[in-house]
Design a protein around this ligand. Structure first.
Ligand code: GUN
Ligand code: ZN
Length: 641
């Protein structure tokens, strides 16, 4: 059972329960070669904290002593490892050395018999150079074998490996067919050659297309990915599990893994590493070490690089800043930068999972930052949900100091009195003055020295917006007429514009009906509550400048805007609990608005469209039908409050 506890981009921080043991994801499983045993599994568990590992059932089965021992005492005792053990099936050996003499049923049964926690089908490794026909045919075989494995698995969990070479449609289709099978983990296979050849942009296509078809209630394992440099990006794309054979293989070849690449001991100029393995050693000492001790030290160093980066990935994920880390890491190698740039082509897919807001500020790290889903969402929403208060605009350049209405206070006022709407050309595109306190606009930091690519694009987007929104003209700040006399209420304009942006135009109309009273913070003067015809319908959050929806507001929206807009419909059984303020769990959801995003305000209703609570979405609409466990909506207030 896999439960999501935190999310960012497409990344999930989760708890994966396997036979009563919990693996916290994202997690990396070190590969243990039972014949070599570079670092004993017990140490991997206790000293390095790896709560799961992967070993190879094919090697065990083909080595008589190991085979007998494993069958006799079981895999956990043989390896002396108390954590979760995943086994691979021999597929990778067939990729390396050609056909293996093995049948799917035999190896699945063997994995079951030695007591592995998570076994693997004998899938067919789809090579990147294969034709589409060849790939499609082999996927059929893999799917057939997967079905057989599901029938045989008993209490063992099973890996259903998504294959498809570099063909995105085949990947998606293979994943979708596996989504309805009784498998437990979705590894994405056939990617090792792409990583070995630094074809990271194709890796992005492969992961993103596989993710489109996958069953979201299962962890996704990126088979063969274990270099620290790829972990942030792969986690961002929604991979939960990784494995590394490299830590030991590289160690035997005297190669040290670092966050920016892998380096030969013979090429290194100094050992500038402070990991527990390297600390206190010099490069010369290490080079002169006896082979076995040297291999051991380098393997430990490699593992520490992995655990260190994984800890960082988790921290950034927890803070909602994983994009920043991935962008940083992708500058280690041009091929990784390609991957980041390719990810922009999947921006719309990423946007479906990306949370509506986060706690900290967004950092712009370069033109690639505009590939983040937040940028696309903002442009889509101002295109569909923005209503200009006047039909003439004043175009202001981006400036330091946010919200823009602070440094530009006088100019904005002068523009508005003259009947113009102030619009700032920001790296997000056009920012109308009414929206400037809202996430992500005020909660973002850009360098004061702009780059040409973003400058040009921001201008293009602004002019596109001006014409689409129906502005009849635009002037520069210097051209604003003096002594305008038009009256305006900046707070009311803001309050309405944010409501339209967040809930859509018809819902905002229902919320801003009749007499409107805005309650402001005594300390900051900012909008706190919106009272409409005496009813408290909305509260504005100080942090992200977005609204929380009150029960009175929810009722208005349900009356005015047809379902499924903003609705999450729950089963009758759940209604009393939800009305009482309890959270909505995935298994109780009947249906929901497919346009909802994580952290978005939602209205929980019963089957007859009666609102029973308001809250914030935690899962995505496409995850909910798959999830057997976990919170779908964090409920704030129920109708019984
Ligand atoms: N290890 C690395 N890649 C793969 C793969 O595609 N399938 C299996 N079973 N194991 C792998
Ligand atoms: Zn080190």
């Amino acid at each position: 059972m896999f439960e999501i506890v935190k999310r960012d981009g497409m990344a999930r921080m989760g708890k994966f329960e396997v036979h009563g043991k919990i693996v916290e994801t994202p997690a990396l499983l070190p590969v243990v070669n039972p014949k070599i045993n570079t670092i004993p599994p017990r140490e991997l568990y206790e000293k390095f904290g790896f709560k799961a590992l992967i070993t190879n059932s094919y090697i065990i089965r083909n080595t008589p002593e190991l085979r007998d021992k494993a069958l006799e005492v079981g895999l956990h005792e043989m390896l002396d490892y108390p954590g979760v053990i995943m086994t691979d099936s021999g597929t990778f050996q067939s990729h390396m050395y050609g056909e293996v003499d093995l049948k799917n049923e035999e190896i699945v049964q063997f994995q079951h018999d030695i007591g592995t926690d998570i076994g693997t089908v004998l899938d067919i490794f789809t090579e990147p150079f294969w034709t589409k026909e060849q790939t499609a045919e082999s996927i059929e075989v893999t799917l057939g074998r997967t079905k057989v494995a599901c029938d045989m698995k008993g209490d063992m969990l099973i890996n259903g490996v998504v294959q498809g070479s570099i063909y995105q449609d085949l990947r998606e289709d293979c994943a979708r067919k596996m989504a309805s099978m009784d498998i437990d983990v979705h590894p994405i296979g056939g990617v090792v050659p792409l990583m070995e050849q630094y074809r990271y942009s194709e890796l992005v296509d492969v992961v993103m297309s596989s993710k489109r078809g996958i069953n979201h209630s299962r962890p996704v394992h990126l088979f063969g990915a274990g270099h620290p440099m790829i972990l942030a990006l792969a986690t961002l794309m929604g991979c939960d599990l990784f494995d590394s054979a490299g830590y030991a293989k590289f160690a035997r070849d005297e190669r040290m893994m670092f966050i920016d690449g892998t380096f030969r001991l013979s090429d290194m100029q100094s050992l500038d590493c402070d990991c527990p393995a390297c600390r206190g050693h010099t490069l010369q000492e290490l080079r002169r070490m006896e082979k076995k001790a040297k291999t051991r030290l380098i393997a430990e160093h490699n593992l520490y690089q992995i655990t260190h980066e994984l800890a960082l990935v988790r921290r950034y994920l927890q803070e909602g800043r994983l994009w920043e880390l991935a962008e940083l890491r992708c500058r280690a190698h041009p091929a990784l930068l390609d991957a980041l740039r390719r990810l922009k082509e999947h921006q719309a897919q990423m946007e479906l999972s990306d949370p509506i807001s986060r706690d900290g500020a967004i950092f712009y790290t370069g033109p690639e930052s505009r590939g983040r889903p937040t940028y696309l969402r903002y442009l889509q929403r101002i295109r569909d949900r923005y209503v200009p208060p006047t039909d003439k605009a004043v175009i202001f350049p981006e400036c330091q100091g946010k919200p823009y209405s602070r440094p530009y206070a006088e100019d904005f006022d002068k523009a508005r009195r003259a009947g113009f709407t102030p619009i700032v050309v920001s790296p997000f595109g056009p920012v109308p003055a009414e929206l400037d306190e809202m996430y992500p606009l005020a909660q973002s930091l850009f360098p004061s020295i702009p780059d040409m690519e973003t400058d040009t694009e921001s201008e293009r987007l602004t002019f596109q917006f001006l014409s689409a929104a129906g502005f009849k003209g635009a002037i520069t700040p210097e051209q604003i007429p003096e002594d305008g006399t038009m009256e305006y209420d900046a707070d009311l304009l803001r309050a309405k514009a944010v409501a339209r942006y967040q809930f859509g135009i018809p819902a905002a109309d229902a919320l801003f009906r009749g007499e409107i009273q805005l309650v402001r913070s005594k300390k900051t003067g900012k909008i706190r509550n919106v009272i409409s015809d005496g009813e408290h319908v909305l509260s504005m959050r100080a942090g992200d400048g977005l609204y929380t929806l009150r029960m009175e507001g929810a009722k208005r929206i349900v009356e005015a805007v047809p379902a499924p807009h903003m609705r999450v419909v729950v089963m009758d059984d759940a209604v009393p609990f939800v009305s009482d303020g309890r959270n909505v769990f995935a298994q109780f959801v009947l249906s929901c608005d497919q346009n909802l995003r994580p952290m978005e305000e939602v209205i929980v209703t019963d089957g007859k469209d009666n609102p029973v609570a308001t809250g914030r979405m935690f899962l995505t609409p496409f995850e909910i039908p798959f999830m057997k466990k976990g919170m779908a909506v964090k409920v704030r207030s129920g109708s019984d409050d």
